[in-house]
Design a protein around this ligand. Structure first.
Ligand code: NAD
Length: 464
């Protein structure tokens, strides 16, 4: 029997595991070679073949053992968004497998134009788009035509859907593009967001949102005027470990949060790269990676700081940091009394971690802001013992999760959680941090009493 003769079952014909076991038990397990006939829809429980040993003749006349083709029962919902359920084989002693992926047919996915083909686009965003459920790459924008042609071939983008910065506005005539993803140096986020909204497209913009709060406000205004959605790419909001910790903290599971210690540090090179040029980057370690400590803390606590106190330093001998800061350390005071200590550095080996200390325990996340490799430890007292636990969660591709979330916002006409106002609030706080460092004094921020004041509706994964 060849593959085409395999016993396929239509949607209506699938049988349950119980039926399968019953049917299988009626068959004699023996050394019968071959399989029974293909399963037909007879209205009765189909008879399933007992897979037994069989043999196959190779072109050189050798007999090798094989197994007859056979499809175990699977539940195949007609709704394309529901996962196929395969026959269970693992016991519930082990962690439950995630449901099988449910990618929508390509023509039902939201088309993205990816603008800027640098490290983030090539290393993460384009590969992630290939594994999305609701999103697909539909267009590219780059100043390097050779690079764009190659990337277009790699990801199956039509030549007619490749644009330069000069032809960018022509995206308005491309109905396959609904969302523009801005992955450019920070100084270009405002212009390309505004032009993109004017072209009638929704905008996903990389962090930091822009280089000043005035630019952020202009981006929000332009998207509102064009009636287009604007989301800032805070992937941590869609990352399962950080989501888990936020839910625990919001539920005060180990008592109220009291103190947070957070740092995000890495090492940079190449003084000519835009990240070391103030006009392009807006700043150094703070807006690039320190922003994760700031935004994630606000996300976990759900409240806004009322005061910041900061210190900034650059080694005067190091040409990398002649324009932007090498290190920034800052403290934030929150209305509930939570104190937060943050640091970011551009000249040390990778270190990305936070610990949230609560009345009766703590949560510590290592590799907290990394693309992969999160390690969560929790601690709490339990009578005479202290319980320290390692929590393991099935990881998700953060970029795919973030893009699919935004695609769903567009499909369902919902406001995104990681809104433009959220990006603007981070920018205001970073401006206060720089002011504090410059003036060597604490800087007060307006009291915001509302919880999660700047974010859109809470996604299902974050609900209690
Ligand atoms: P990159 O330097 O690797 O790529 C930037 C690309 O922008 C370049 O390749 C080029 O194609 C284009 N570009 C257009 N005009 C340019 C100019 N004047 N100078 C330099 N490049 C120009 O940068 P990246 O690491 O891909 O970062 C792009 C954006 O993504 C930044 O805003 C950054 O903060 C953000 N980012 C976010 C994450 C995340 O995890 N969300 C990670 C890395 C970067």
């Amino acid at each position: 029997m060849n593959a085409s003769q395999e016993n396929h079952l239509s949607t209506k014909e699938f049988i349950s595991r119980k039926q399968f076991l019953k049917a299988a038990s009626l068959l004699t397990v023996g050394a019968v070679s071959g399989v029974t006939a293909a399963c037909q829809s007879t209205g009765q429980s189909p008879s399933y073949p007992v897979p037994t040993r069989s043999s196959f003749d190779t072109p050189t006349g050798q007999k090798i053992s094989t197994s007859p083709p056979y499809s175990p029962p699977a539940e195949v919902p007609t709704d394309v968004s529901q996962p196929i359920e395969l026959e269970v084989w693992k016991s519930d002693v082990d962690r439950k497998s995630a449901p099988t992926p449910t990618p929508l047919p390509l023509n039902q996915r939201i088309g993205y134009a990816v603008v800027g083909l640098g490290h983030l686009s090539l290393d993460e965003i384009l590969p992630a788009l290939s594994s999305c459920k609701r999103s697909r790459v539909a267009a590219l924008v780059s100043g390097n035509v050779d690079k764009m042609r190659k990337v277009a071939q790699q990801y199956g983008v039509k030549e007619s859907s490749c644009y330069t910065y000069q032809t960018y506005d022509q995206l308005k005539d491309n109905p396959e593009v609904q969302i523009i993803y801005i992955v450019l140096p920070n100084s270009m986020h405002a212009e390309y967001t505004i032009r993109g909204a004017q072209a009638g497209k929704h905008i996903l913009c990389e962090k930091p949102m822009a280089n000043s709060s005035a630019e952020c406000q202009a981006m929000i205004d332009a998207c509102q005027k064009a009636n287009r959605k604007l989301m800032i790419a805070y992937r941590i909001h869609y990352e399962p470990f950080n989501q888990y910790i936020r839910k625990k903290i919001q539920a005060n599971e180990y008592g109220k949060p009291k103190f947070v210690d957070a740092f995000n540090c890495q090492s940079s090179a190449n003084p000519r790269h835009w990240r070391h040029i103030k006009a392009l980057a807006g700043g150094g370690a703070l807006p690039d990676i320190g922003l994760y400590c700031l935004n994630t803390t606000r996300f976990l606590l759900g409240e806004e700081p009322i005061e910041v106190s900061a210190y900034v330093y650059s080694d005067p001998e190091n040409p990398l940091f002649s324009e932007v800061e090498e290190v920034c350390s800052w403290q934030m005071k929150f209305p509930s009394g939570v104190m937060v200590n943050c640091a970011t550095h551009y000249n040390v080996h990778d270190s990305r971690k936070y610990r949230v200390m609560t009345e009766r325990g703590w949560y510590e996340l290592d590799n907290a802001y990394a693309y992969t490799g999160q390690k969560l430890t929790t601690s709490r007292a339990d009578g005479e013992i202290v319980r320290q636990e390692t929590v393991s969660i099935v990881p998700k591709n953060q970029f795919a999760a973030e893009m699919d979330y935004f695609s769903q916002c567009v499909q369902d006409n919902r406001a995104p959680y990681s809104s433009g106002e959220e990006g603007l609030q981070d920018q205001r706080i970073m401006e206060a941090i720089y002011q504090s460092a410059r003036q060597n004094r604490p800087v007060k921020l307006p009291l915001i009493e509302k919880k999660d004041a700047f974010r859109g509706p809470i996604p299902p994964e974050l609900q209690a």
